[in-house]
Ligand binder design. Sequence first.
Ligand code: PEP
Ligand code: MN
Length: 358
Amino acid sequence: MEIKKENRQWLDAMGLDHPIVIAGPCSAETEEQVLKTAHELKNTDTNVFRAGIWKPRTRPGGFEGVGALGLPWLQKVKEETGMLVTTEVGNANHVELALKHDIDILWIGARTTVNPFVVQEIADALKGVDIPVLVKNPVNPDLPLWLGAVERFKTAGITQLGAIHRGFSTYNSLHYRNKPKWHLAIELKKEFPNLPLILDPSHICGRRDTILDVSQTALDLNYDGFMIETHIDPDKAWSDAAQQITPARLAQITADLRIRKESSTEVEFQRKLNMHRKELDLIDNNIIDVLADRMGIAAEIGKLKHSENVAILQSGRWSDIISKMVELGVAKGLSKEFVEEIFRAIHVESINIQHNVK
Ligand code: PEP
Ligand code: MN
């Protein structure tokens, strides 16, 4: 199956001058928390506001989300801030409720992507609807599951697609909550070059202090953007407290990221770089030829000197050569030290060659 340019049109049409930023709390907790966070994010690079309404918890007993009660809060975020809104859907009922409340973008969670039955159920619930769907990688490092989920949505008629890389669950990783395993995301990109690829550093890191670093790696790999969990009071968050950051910290992170140039200028940059490298290769080949010729003549001189029993080293002549070459080199913009070093090396090699001829 092919993911085409038109499948990323939803993102390209935004005409952003920076990678897309999806930010907001892990979970919608209260109307006040949602709206306060959204208003603070409005003044950052955030384009899409996220909040989990239904929370898939690995073990029961934790906060499982406010449910449909929170959907009108997201509608208010849209009205009051103008940001688009997104939430996770985990079954057909979630889809129906999300659509009823004008959610702009849906995402499929890592625990859903692992199950083709559920992915198919959600895809079927979306028949006849065209809303962007972002598919998180499955919790286990299984590329075909990730690709397969994207394909199920495409087959169901969804034309606006994207992938979210949130890392892969692992036992006893000191550094990550979910290991990035970058090669899997790179493989996904190879398979579907037009599919927008968004990094979720929050679930990869599981902590606040490494989010910038991991995000920079994604930019260096040409990712299209980020989904970052953001909360007005991260320490008091009802879920994923350790990894959430404040809107102010998010603004600092997006300011600190070094954004790669757009691919069009990059293509031009690569073209010029390749051209200059070819020129250098030709010149380097010429340098070798010229040096080989020069040493061939040195060998002839060595033979002559040997036959006439003349001493090899004629220091007066060498200091003349070096000072002449330095003068010539400096006139052409080369440094004195560089020319001296090169001609000293040539002199030493000449003497060795003359020694060795009989
Ligand atoms: C989330 O984004 O809050 C979430 C539950 O993510 P994941 O599916 O990646 O665990
Ligand atoms: Mn979370």
